[in-house]
Design a protein around this ligand. Sequence first.
Ligand SMILES: Nc1ncnc2c1ncn2[C@@H]1O[C@H](COP(=O)(O)OP(=O)(O)O[C@H]2O[C@H](CO)[C@@H](O)[C@H](O)[C@H]2O)[C@@H](O)[C@H]1O
Length: 472
Amino acid sequence: MEIIHVSAECYPVAKVGGLGDVVGALPKYQQQAGDIAKVVLPAYRTRFIETHEFEQVHQSGVWVGQQWYHFNVLKEKTNLLGFDLYLVEIPDLFNSAQVYGAWNDTERFLAFQIAVLDWINEWVHTPDVIHCHDHHTGLIPFLIQHAFKYHRIRGVPTVLTIHNAQYQGQFGWEQFYRLPAFDPAKGGLLGWNNAINPLAAGIKSAWKVTTVSPGYMQELYQDANGLQDLLNYEMGKTSGILNGIDTQVWDPAKDNMLPANYKPTTVAKGKQANKLALCERFDLDPSLPLFSFIGRLVGDKGADLLPDVIGRALYEQAGKLNFLVLGSGDPHIEWMLEQTRAVNAGNFQLFIGYDEVLSHHIYAGSDFLLMPSRVEPCGLNQMYALRYGTIPIVRSTGGLRDTVTDFGDKGGNGVRFLHASSYDVIHAIGRAIELYADEKKLLKMRKANMLIDHSWDRSAQQYLDLYKSLKQ
Ligand SMILES: Nc1ncnc2c1ncn2[C@@H]1O[C@H](COP(=O)(O)OP(=O)(O)O[C@H]2O[C@H](CO)[C@@H](O)[C@H](O)[C@H]2O)[C@@H](O)[C@H]1O
């Protein structure tokens, strides 16, 4: 079976968050299972793209409204990632390393989607399925079915995976002329709430719609940032498939980004060595339990709670714990965290920015990983934490609820709390400090957590079963 993943991110080519991890891993597992998996993404000017070799396999141009853009399709030469990587180079629109947040994002991702379909339309064969990820590729299922120029590939099944329904990519109806000509009777499929909504268009037009955990799918029927009615209407074609993690990239026994490698049997010594190096770098006392946070500093991740949580926990539990935060995002949250550090520097350190190597080191060198997310479709951090013997402390929501159980219950692997409030997070931290004091229990949990299988094998099979169900 030939599967084409179309995405805005793919690790290690271009990664902003968890979407990159998923699109960098799932195709690899599909390829290992004997299928042909290809990934197509825009050619940003990221370090990976600048430092690897590509061959040109196609060149053409697209009209986006009255604007003409030349594009090339480039293929990575060595199959380095374990699957074929194709980049759509549109020099006029993707001319920096920036993935999202450009003033003309709508134009950039529209041109990208049209270029991808134009290219696939020219192939001599057709793929078995086109798998789209998030709203940046959400117009593809609509265009392939209703834009006149794609009639050759009309029958190709499409799957849309929602990694985060908070982001939908809406733009005004006055811009509909930018899309390739389509059957006007079908125009309503593009819209939601008086705007063209690429995520809604994808949900309406894709043959199957998935999201990244069963728990989040259930939540989306109640609240999907305005799309809940649509998801209820389309319920029959929706399902939740839990993300896996790339156990080759995320393996504490072999991870070359760590100062010290370790496995379940050597976790006590290994984690201590990583913690010592981490605490030395950030000037923190290694004898205290280390609570860390890694991620985008946005309200959905509960990052706005961190300044209050850190300030109050360090006051209430003075001298009993340290915090470390790695992330970037909302400038106000960044500023609040800087202020919190200014008065708690001995027990709280902060790295504002994106640093893949440091993130690996924090997963390995921390005792606890905090995830007070308001919304968490799946969450990968808690699975990385489990694999690195770090205890996750999570709000009971979405994929976090599907993967973390409370240590108060038999066989529990982490600490869970209910509300995204400082009070609940601080209470959970208090329970974690008690757990830390029980060395025997902590070690047993760490060892057991490291052995939990969150690899992609099972989920990749679920995707395969889904694709097979689409074969006519
Ligand atoms: N400053 C920083 N420096 C280094 N690394 C950083 C970093 N900030 C984040 N990361 C890394 O980015 C990834 C974040 O993964 P999440 O699953 O939390 O992501 P996100 O919310 O972006 O993705 C969405 O898609 C994913 C995939 O489906 C879902 O799991 C998730 O719930 C959904 O919100 C992890 O690999 C983390 O280590």
